[in-house]
Design a protein around this ligand. Sequence first.
Ligand code: PLP
Length: 403
Amino acid sequence: MHGTSDRTRALIATDERYGAHNYHPLDVVVARAEGVWLWDVEGNRYLDCISAYSAVNQGHCHPRIYAAMVEQARNLTLTSRALRNDRMPGFLEKLTRLAGFEAALPMNTGVEAVETAIKLVRRWGYRVKGIPADRAEIVVFNDNFHGRTSAAIGASTTPEYKADFGPLTPGFVAVPFGDADALQRALTPNTAAILIEPIQGEGGVNVPPEGFLKRAWAACREHDVLFVADEIQTGFGRTGDLFACDYDGIKPDVMVVGKALGGGFYPVSAALADRKLMDLFAPGDHGSTFGGNPLGSAVAEAALAVIVEENLAARARYAGAAIVQGLRAIASPLVREVRGRGLLIGIELDRPARELSQALLARGVAAKDTHERVLRIAPPLVIDDAAIAFLLDACRQALATLG
Ligand SMILES: *Cc1c(COP(=O)(O)O)cnc(C)c1O
């Protein structure tokens, strides 16, 4: 059992006293991290199976990204887009080449990239498709997660994300995730786009039926509707492909990325599209003071290099298969299903997953519940065989104590 001390209790008390209570974190106070491991202020070690919701795919404090950040911080950190900087061009070139798009619009947090995509597809709807003013619709999916701004929660179907935050941004129509017929029926002459996570992360690690994304993509072509993929959590190797859409062999019209693009060091996000679409933005239409800043650009360029050069997608595929196989072999009566792809894995239980989360924490594994009964296992992609064995052992013991 990991102990706590006065120091841990004091830090938690200060956090609770001065901070807003908009999260319910595990009571571990992390002070240091390296690779897949975290250390709390007591010196206890934990295997990180949260990875800041996939923002640290490259592993914590990766030396190459650290070096890029420190080097850049010495020279230039921020100009705003009122001037050009010498780091953004190289970053944009590498990102667009890797993702297979002609252009990128850099932002900071994931939800800002989502907002960028929403504005872009609405504008396309009015200027190209000919949708009557202010009537554009975007089809989204039940249990989606696209972030926390007032527009993004307008797209949400989760009551707690929306309660008493209205009036909500209109123009979103939700259909069941994985239901291609319902999607077909929802597409109208006023539909500008669909906005979809290839695998729903926050919604409970929901993998759609085989072939669903392809059918959704074909429906979009048929109805003159844009396909927007939110790859903020699934992108950059997490699911065993560079992007989760690669698994289905489709190229979205717009792709939004974030999280691991900053390697865990810095918030960097982007909306990607081909030139014809992206050029619907003109100077003054959209922007961000920090978007494309030289510090973030240098960090992101290094973060991308690590994903490619260390073959992290292939590692996620291999490690994910080993973990899923090991979890299924435990055969606990508490487990309803083990699902996922690559290193985005969900364990669905017959009870609140918070109980398993606590039992794992006591055995040195940090993993969190999502959507009540699902425990998400999503370690940094650099996890090795010894850490996989440690994780499976902890899961076996934790499930045994709960059963
Ligand atoms: C995390 C996440 C977002 C929001 O990203 P932030 O950086 O928290 O704004 C949007 N979409 C998906 C799929 C995510 O997982």
